[in-house]
Design a protein around this ligand. Structure first.
Ligand SMILES: *Cc1c(COP(=O)(O)O)cnc(C)c1O
Length: 501
């Protein structure tokens, strides 16, 4: 299996290079040249396997330059009971809501209580092995731009991992108090965290620029370092996410919700388009999917894109109660467009260049049609997000976070509008305790305490839903990182964090 860049088919690399490098030098993203096919027979065999065993099979299709032992080592170190709540890292819960069965795939039972752990617990293992194969002896510098959850999950994954350093930038006013506290109290000798005056897109754009800046790359090389990425532009982030779609499908069969071969609908609360793209990759491998339902908050650029074929980021940016989806430039869409355009690197490059220069592009009719036959896009605002949290809790005793609620809201409207009752899997991306304030506001009329941890206690006493241990243990921890930077100064911040300047 080889990989090429979405913006230059001539760039052909191994999986180890794709993972170690993170992003192609031409600014494109690495994609597999073809998709391995999952036969129904393979799926059938997977029914009787654990999550970890299913993961090893999926990984072996894509990481053909890794040995079986190397893959097993990565999987076994990542998905353990020590790091996740249960033997199996994911949980599929079913509730009946307004006559619709919601099969909610809880992806947040890892050490930081967000679905990013599913990928970021394993990425450091994939990366250090990839570095050994391609750049032995160099230190990998992980630069992260985060809308909240990636930052903490990456810090937790990479802390004290040999031959790596990690630097995280987050928007000063764009993350929840719990997310901020999680990051600023991070332990480890190879970590650095800094706020920026700006929003997530500012952070992401600046990080992408630093990555591809020849001067910066030269300085790092002189110091025996190289940049890599833990953002979902790294293929090593996407691959672990492909696994849980396949695994959830098996669990749906095992629970008698569907028969092997039946199609499912997949509902994803979407920001950077990484999670839903991983589902699409599973579909390309043969997973029976009818529709991907792409749910957004008021930052509804993807809804408009799916409906019109015009991507236009020139619009108001909203700070919402689902901050991990407050994104106007969804990086991983580039990978979908590449595939839907028939692996057309020229067109993809043209669109991405237009996005940079005009903030806007329009895809071809063919791509538009392919997209709208498989994807449905819609959005909801904060008021609806809160009312769904409250209704779901009051009717079904199921407590969900603000991001999952966006998905549930959009799904219900989809079923009402289309009558499509195909069994669904809805991704649940965070523990409700990560967004305790908004969740409390949704379900309780009492005054909300001002301290984040008092909110957590209050939510616990109102709902009796247990608090994830890693969140509870943050209480009283003193922040280590208090720096704030202008986005123009991020390069200098990176160099001084690396001790180069
Ligand atoms: C990151 C994140 C999302 C968005 O996922 P993408 O892969 O960026 O589309 C949704 N919800 C939560 C809680 C997240 O942390």
């Amino acid at each position: 299996m080889l990989y090429n860049s979405t913006q230059n088919k001539g760039a052909v690399v191994s999986s180890a290079t794709a993972i170690a490098q993170g992003i192609s030098k031409d600014g494109g993203l690495f994609v597999p040249q073809s998709f391995p096919k999952l036969s129904l027979n393979t799926l059938k065999n997977m029914l009787f396997m654990t999550y970890q065993e299913r993961a090893k099979i999926v990984f072996s299709y894509y990481l053909t330059d890794f040995s079986e032992d190397e893959i097993a080592d990565c999987v076994d170190k990542a998905y353990t009971k020590k790091k996740f709540d249960f033997e199996e890292p994911t949980v599929l819960s079913s509730v009946n809501y307004h006559g619709n069965e919601l099969n909610i795939l809880e992806l947040w039972h890892g050490p930081t209580s967000a679905f990013k752990d599913m990928a970021l617990q394993i990425l450091p293992h994939l990366l250090t092995k990839s570095m050994k194969k391609t750049n032995d002896g160099k230190t990998a510098v992980i630069l992260v731009a985060t809308s909240g959850d990636t930052g903490k999950a990456a810090l937790e994954g990479f802390k004290d991992v040999k031959d790596t350093k990690i630097i995280v930038f987050y928007p000063q006013n764009g993350v929840s108090p719990m997310q901020k506290h999680q990051m600023t109290t991070q332990e480890g000798n190879n970590v650095y965290v800094c706020a920026i005056n700006g929003n997530f897109d500012d952070a992401q754009t600046a990080v992408k620029t630093i990555f591809t800046d020849p001067k910066m790359n030269e300085i790092l090389a002189d110091n025996n370092m190289m940049f890599s990425s833990a953002n979902s532009i790294n293929f090593g982030r996407l691959l672990p996410q492909v696994v849980y779609y396949i695994s959830a499908y098996c669990d749906m069969v095992n629970k008698g919700k569907i028969n092997l071969g039946d199609k499912i609908n997949v509902v994803v609360p979407t920001g950077n388009f990484g999670n839903i793209l991983a589902g699409y990759y599973a579909y390309e491998m043969g997973l029976p999917v009818n529709k991907f339902i792409c749910a957004s908050n008021s930052n509804n650029v993807l809804t408009d894109f799916i409906n019109t074929g015009v991507y236009d980021k020139n619009r108001q940016f909203y700070t919402t109660i689902s901050p991990s989806m407050d994104i106007l430039v969804s990086s991983n869409l580039e990978r979908l467009l590449y595939k839907l355009s028939g692996d057309n690197d020229t067109l993809t490059k043209e669109w991405m260049t237009k996005l940079k220069t005009d903030g806007k592009y329009e895809v071809t009719d063919e791509v538009k049609e392919k997209m709208s036959s498989l994807f449905y896009g819609s959005f909801c605002d904060d008021t609806k997000t809160k009312s769904t949290i409250s209704e779901l809790f009051n009717r079904c005793s199921y407590l969900c976070d603000t991001h999952t609620s966006v998905a549930v809201t959009v799904y219900n409207e989809y079923v009402a509008k289309t009558g499509d009752k195909t069994p669904c899997v809805i991704d649940s991306t965070a523990s409700p305790y990560k967004f305790a304030k908004s969740v409390l506001e949704a379900i309780s009329k009492d005054d909300i305490p001002s301290d984040e941890f008092d909110m957590v206690s209050k939510l616990n006493s109102v709902t009796k839903v247990s608090v994830p241990k890693p969140l509870a243990s943050l209480k009283g921890k003193v922040p280590r990182f208090k720096d704030v930077t202008e986005k123009e100064d991020m390069q200098d911040v990176v160099l001084s964090a690396l001790g180069i300047k």
